[in-house]
Design a protein around this ligand. Structure first.
Ligand code: GDP
Length: 446
C-alpha cells in the first residue's frame, strides 16, 4: 500500500484515541500531535499541517458546544475521528473535477513533465488502464529530445498490446504529434495519449514545445507527470508548468517506496489541480485511480468499497451477466461462501493482491504484509480450504462449515481466518460508500 508508514502512524494515533477512557482536551492534543508529526514526516507542508490541527480543534469544539456528543465519550470519539478524517480529505482534495474520457469520441490526452519523472511509463500504463475498460487506446510518441524514447514507447506499447505511432527520422515533435493524432482519430481510437519530451529542468524551450504541441493536437486534457520523491517541492514544480502550459490534471508517480508522497499529494492539492492517478510501481498495471476520500479511507485502513466495486466492474466486462448477479447479491448482503470464493478468484485475476486487498474494509493487516506473492499464496490457501466443502456448505454463510473444514488438513486458525474474511466481504454492502463504523455513526449524529 502507498504511504504505508503514514497510514500505520495515523492508525496508531486513532487507536490510542479509541483506548482512552475519556476524551478531553489533553487527549485531543496528544492525538493531534501524533497525527501532525506523522504528516510532517511525510513531508506535508508545515503550514498545511498547522491549519489541519486548528480546523480539527475548531470543528470538535463546535460539535461539542452544540451538544452533538450527548454527553457520551463514545460519541465524542466519533466526532474527533470524523473531524480528522474530513480534514485529511481536505488536505488532498483540490476541489476540482478532472476531465473524464468519453466512449465513442476521440479523447486526446497530452502528457507533460520533466525527464525521468515516469512520463513514458505512465503513458503506457494509462493506455492499458483505458483499454481494459473498453476504450480503444493508443500512444503517440512526440518525444524527439531523448535518444531512445521512441524505442521505449514501441517496446512497452508492444508488450501492452497497445497501438503506437512515432518516427525514427522526423525530428519535429509538433509534426509527429499532429500526424499521430490525426491518424488515430481517423481510425476512431477513443483515447489517444501524446507523450511529449521532457528536460532535466524547467527550461523555456520545453515550455515552448509543450505549447506548440498543445496547439497542434488540441488535447482534451493535459496531464502533468510528477515524481513523488520531490515531496512538497511539487507545489513549485506544478505552478511553473501551469504558468506555461495549462494542464488539467496530475499523475504522481513513484508513490511506491516514497515516504514523501504525502507532501507531493498535498502540495498538488494546493494548486487546485486534481490528481487522477498514482504511479505505484514499474509494471504496466501499477497505476491506481486517485480520489481524495477513498484515498484517505484506504490510508486509515477503512477500505475503499467504491474502488473495489469499480474494480469488480472492470472484470465484469468479461462476463457482464454473472457480475450483475454478483453485484445484486453484494448489495443485498446475500453472499454465500461459493460467491465469496468466486470473488476471491476474480480478485486474484485482477492484479497485485496488495492493491486490491487494501480496498477491502477491515481486512487484517497480515494479509497485506509481505510480498504480493505471499499475499496470493494466502488467498490460494483460502481457496483450497473451500475446496473441501460440500455443495450445501458452499451455499451457506459458513456456520455449518467449521467441523468439515477441520478435516481439510488446514489449521483451525486458518479456517477461522477464512470465515472472518468471508463475513467481512458479506458485510460490505452495509458499508457501501466506503464508510465504516465510526464514520457512519458520526455522520448520523450530524
Ligand atoms: P520519463 O523520462 O519521464 O519518460 O520517465 P520513464 O517513463 O522513462 O521512467 C523513468 C524511470 O522511472 C523508469 O526506470 C521507470 O521504470 C520508473 N518509474 C516510472 N513510474 C514509476 C512508478 O510509479 N514507480 C516506480 N518505482 N518507478 C517508476
Amino acid at each position: 500500500m502507498v504511504l504505508a508508514d503514514l497510514g500505520r502512524k495515523l492508525n496508531a494515533a486513532l487507536s490510542s484515541l479509541n483506548r482512552a477512557p475519556v476524551v478531553d482536551d489533553k487527549v485531543l492534543d496528544i492525538l493531534l500531535k501524533e497525527v501532525c508529526a506523522a504528516l510532517l514526516e511525510s513531508d506535508v507542508n508545515v503550514k498545511l499541517v498547522a491549519s489541519l490541527r486548528q480546523k480539527v480543534k475548531a470543528k470538535v469544539k463546535a460539535s461539542l458546544e452544540s451538544g452533538a456528543d450527548k454527553g457520551k465519550d463514545v460519541n465524542r470519539k466519533n466526532i474527533v475521528q470524523k473531524a480528522i478524517f474530513d480534514e485529511l480529505v481536505q488536505l488532498v482534495d483540490p476541489g476540482v473535477e478532472p476531465y473524464k474520457p468519453k466512449k465513442g469520441q476521440s479523447n486526446v490526452i497530452m502528457a507533460v513533465g520533466l525527464q525521468g519523472n515516469g512520463k513514458t511509463t505512465t503513458c503506457t500504463k494509462l493506455a492499458v488502464y483505458y483499454q481494459r475498460r473498453g476504450f480503444k487506446s493508443c500512444i503517440v510518441c512526440a518525444d524527439t529530445f531523448r535518444a531512445g524514447a521512441f524505442d521505449q514507447t514501441r517496446q512497452s506499447a508492444t508488450k501492452a498490446k497497445v497501438a503506437y505511432f512515432g518516427s525514427y527520422t522526423e525530428t519535429d515533435p509538433v509534426s509527429i504529434a499532429a500526424q499521430g493524432v490525426s491518424k488515430f482519430k481517423k481510425e476512431r481510437f477513443d483515447v489517444i495519449i501524446v507523450d511529449t519530451s521532457g528536460r532535466h529542468k524547467q527550461e523555456s524551450e520545453l515550455f515552448e514545445e509543450m505549447v506548440q504541441i498543445g496547439e497542434a493536437v488540441k488535447p482534451n486534457m493535459t496531464v502533468m507527470i510528477l515524481d513523488a520523491s520531490i515531496g512538497q517541492a511539487a507545489e513549485a514544480q506544478s505552478r511553473a508548468f501551469k504558468d506555461s502550459a495549462d494542464f488539467g490534471a496530475i499523475i504522481v508517480t513513484k508513490m511506491d517506496g516514497h515516504a514523501k508522497g504525502g507532501g507531493a499529494i498535498s502540495a498538488v492539492a494546493v494548486t487546485k489541480t486534481p490528481i487522477i492517478f498514482l504511479g505505484v510501481g514499474e509494471h504496466l498495471h501499477d497505476l491506481e485511480k486517485f480520489s481524495p476520500q477513498p484515498f484517505i479511507s484506504k490510508l486509515l485502513g477503512l477500505g475503499d468499497v467504491q474502488g473495489l466495486m469499480e474494480h469488480m466492474q472492470d472484470i465484469a466486462t468479461q462476463n457482464p451477466d454473472k457480475q450483475k448477479e454478483m453485484a445484486k447479491k453484494l448489495e443485498e448482503g446475500k453472499l454465500s461462501i461459493r460467491d465469496w470464493r468466486e470473488q476471491i478468484q476474480n480478485v486474484m485475476n485482477m492484479g497485485p493482491i496488495s492493491k486490491i486487498a487494501s480496498m477491502i474494509p477491515g481486512l487484517p493487516q497480515e494479509l497485506l504484509q509481505g510480498s504480493d506473492e505471499e499475499g496470493s499464496q494466502r488467498m490460494k490457501r483460502m481457496i483450497y480450504i473451500t475446496d473441501s466443502m460440500t455443495a450445501s456448505e458452499l451455499d451457506s454463510d459458513g456456520s455449518p462449515f467449521m467441523e468439515t473444514a477441520r478435516g481439510s488438513g488446514t489449521s483451525v486458525r486458518e479456517v477461522e481466518e477464512l470465515l472472518c474474511q468471508y463475513r467481512m466481504m458479506a458485510n460490505m454492502a452495509k458499508q457501501a460508500g466506503g464508510k465504516n463504523g465510526w464514520l457512519q455513526a458520526a455522520q448520523k449524529m450530524q
